[in-house]
Write a protein that binds this ligand. Structure first.
Ligand SMILES: Nc1ncnc2c1ncn2[C@@H]1O[C@H](COP(=O)(O)OP(=O)(O)OP(=O)(O)O)[C@@H](O)[C@H]1O
Length: 310
């Protein structure tokens, strides 16, 4: 795969949202969102179905007018539709349109022509997304993974500074998903600003510099995955295989907050896993012990669980 052309990272944020609201009748789809996405940042927008992600992104893309609040994209207001922004942003959606009777190359050349960029850009982008081998395959005959790559290529062919990617790894097998992660990391390394929507929390944790968790139209958490995990009160779970130590001994381990039984295994919940593991080490019973650290998914589930509903 070719290196991505380096985008010069200009100073100033890529996106600034201030108290953005969108109402559809009684529905507050976006309920006062303020956030800033820096240039070159890989920013994840996550949240349950109906949380307002699509509405918010479409406002940023200039496809919808907010009811109130201000929006700045690459230093410009996106609405009313701003033609100066179009060549500078790239959009991949779940419903990205394809010219299905064309080959992958012809499709991309057509998209390039729509943006007024030369056909060479299509060839370069095919190579960039690892689709050169499928260049002559008709769009309706490419695999799911190739189709996702082509959707990203269509959003990239005019070399935009800011990319919106909506679940680009949906319905991909694990290998294709990891391959796509590599491409996304290359794009980030090339200085692109990426706004990313996904329901795969492991993906958001692995790829995003920062994530916003949107619930009921409002930002419930915002930060790097590491910050969100580090700031959480959720415990790490240390699982000790059955028959090693007694429940009483487990409760007395240094650092143990609570011990529960899980199918015969002992699960020690702790906010200081190092202390528990050191104490277990001292008993000589570390073999087979498993530690499950808090993940972004745990934070997400806590924030979006039924008790978190508005
Ligand atoms: N055009 C519209 N008219 C009326 N209500 C709408 C419209 N578009 C969205 N909504 C409502 O606004 C809320 C937010 O929807 P939105 O599609 O932005 O959520 P989402 O987070 O993108 O969901 P998903 O993950 O399912 O795509 C929902 O209650 C939805 O029903």
């Amino acid at each position: 795969m070719n290196a991505v052309e380096q985008t010069d990272v200009e100073p100033g944020p890529a996106i600034v949202l201030t108290e953005v609201r969108k109402r559809y009748g009684d529905v507050h789809a976006v309920a006062g969102v303020s956030l800033t996405v820096q240039r070159g940042e890989f920013f994840g927008l996550i949240g349950p179905n109906g949380a307002g992600k699509t509405t918010l992104i479409e406002i940023v893309e200039g496809l919808r007018e907010p009811t109130s609040g201000s929006v700045s994209v690459l230093g410009l207001p996106p609405t009313p539709r701003n033609p100066a922004l179009l060549p500078r942003i790239g959009v991949q959606t779940q419903t990205s349109a394809f010219f299905v009777r064309l080959t992958a190359r012809e499709h991309l050349e057509t998209v390039a022509a729509l943006y007024g960029v030369p056909p060479e850009a299509a060839e370069r982008t095919l190579e960039l997304v690892g689709l050169t081998a499928a260049a002559n395959t008709r769009v309706n005959e490419v695999s799911g993974g190739q189709r996702q790559r082509l959707a990203i290529a269509s959003a990239l062919v005019h070399d935009p500074e800011l990319l919106f990617l909506d679940e680009p790894t949906a319905a991909l097998d694990p290998k294709a998903r990891r391959d796509l992660w590599r491409l996304l990391r290359d794009l980030k390394a090339a200085g692109k600003t990426i706004v990313y929507t996904t329901h795969h929390l492991d993906e958001a944790e692995a790829l995003c510099d920062r994530v916003a968790i949107l619930v009921g139209g409002a930002v419930r958490a915002l930060g790097s995955p590491r910050e969100l995990i580090g700031g959480s009160e959720l415990p790490t779970r240390v699982t000790i295989p059955a028959g090693r130590i007694s429940l009483e001994q487990a409760k007395e381990l240094d650092g143990a907050d609570q011990v529960v039984l899980d199918d015969g295994d002992l699960v020690v919940e702790t906010r200081t896993p190092g202390r528990v593991l050191a104490a277990l080490g001292a008993t000589g019973e570390l073999d087979g012990v498993q530690t499950r650290m808090v993940t972004l998914e745990d934070i997400y589930l806590e924030l979006t669980g039924p008790e978190a509903a508005r």
